[in-house]
Design a protein around this ligand. Structure first.
Ligand SMILES: NC(=O)c1ccc[n+]([C@@H]2O[C@H](COP(=O)([O-])OP(=O)(O)OC[C@H]3O[C@@H](n4cnc5c(N)ncnc54)[C@H](OP(=O)(O)O)[C@@H]3O)[C@@H](O)[C@H]2O)c1
Length: 235
């Protein structure tokens, strides 16, 4: 293929998402940097463009179903294809110290809008384009906090949202396997971002490496897996 691959990265304006944009663009991928705040997206895209990278902003709040549909229409109109989707945008809204016994229902709803329904909307909307291309790579940025094998109390809405995202990963992988659309989930580890805080052990650069790998898998690469540091981890 001579035209560069095109990627849509949600929540690309900061944190791990910004670094995923940088690593994809640094590997020759044209990046649509999704941001719910247009100005923040433009600032991030300009920072990467000033390093010579091929990046443009796409205004996208993944919790808004109309914006998701519009964004997919814009991707198709602007680039005629979409090879890579990175569902990175995420929120952790649980009140500090709250557990499943006292968690508020609306926190579950709000968390799911971004962490689960956002990826669901985008995967559903982009699947026809990826299938028609007979090429697609979807990376769902999940979390070890969503692992059932190690499930615990604490941040219950966030945990449950990532477990649900993992389930969606398996479903879409099964549905799209025959069309060369590979769908995987990853845990970035504990990362120094606004969400991870200053005491986290890992850099966004380290976290983004697995996303880059999954976003550029060869056709015989894995699908329906869960990875950290390019290695499979339990669900
Ligand atoms: N940091 C960690 O230790 C860690 C560990 C495991 C998993 N993760 C996962 O890694 C991903 C990135 O996290 P991070 O640490 O980079 O977090 P972050 O620094 O808080 O950045 C989150 C990004 O998501 C965007 N976002 C939030 N809600 C959105 C929405 N509705 N629509 C579009 N964008 C939205 C934010 O945009 P605004 O700037 O507009 O707020 C921001 O760009 C998340 O899915 C998170 O769950 C992180």
């Amino acid at each position: 293929m001579n035209t560069p691959r095109t990627a849509l990265v949600t929540g690309g304006n900061r944190g791990i998402g910004f670094e995923i944009c940088r690593q994809l663009a640094g590997n020759g991928v044209h990046v649509l940097l999704g941001a719910r705040d247009r100005a923040a997206g433009d600032q991030a895209a300009q920072a990467l463009a000033s390093e010579g990278m091929s990046v443009e902003t796409l205004e996208l709040d993944v919790s808004d179903s109309r914006q998701c549909a519009d964004a997919v229409r814009q991707v198709a109109a602007r680039t005629q294809r979409c090879d890579i989707l990175v569902n990175n945008a995420g929120v952790m809204l649980d009140a500090r110290g709250s557990g499943v016994l006292d968690a508020a229902a609306d926190v579950f709803h709000q968390t799911f809008e971004t962490n689960v329904y956002g990826p669901l909307r985008l995967m559903q909307a982009l699947a026809p384009l990826m299938c028609s291309q007979r090429y697609g790579r979807v990376v769902n940025v999940s979390s070890g906090l969503g692992q059932l094998h190690d499930m615990n109390d604490g941040t219950p809405a966030y945990r449950m949202s990532k477990t649900a995202l993992n389930a969606l990963t398996r479903m879409f992988a099964a549905a799209l396997r025959e069309d060369n659309v590979l769908v995987n989930a990853m845990c970035p580890g504990w990362v120094r971002t606004r969400m991870g805080g200053p005491n986290a052990q890992r850099t966004p650069q380290q976290a983004a490496d697995t996303a880059l790998w999954l976003a550029t898998l060869p056709d015989d690469g894995p699908s329906g897996g869960f990875f950290r540091d390019r290695q499979p981890i339990p669900w």
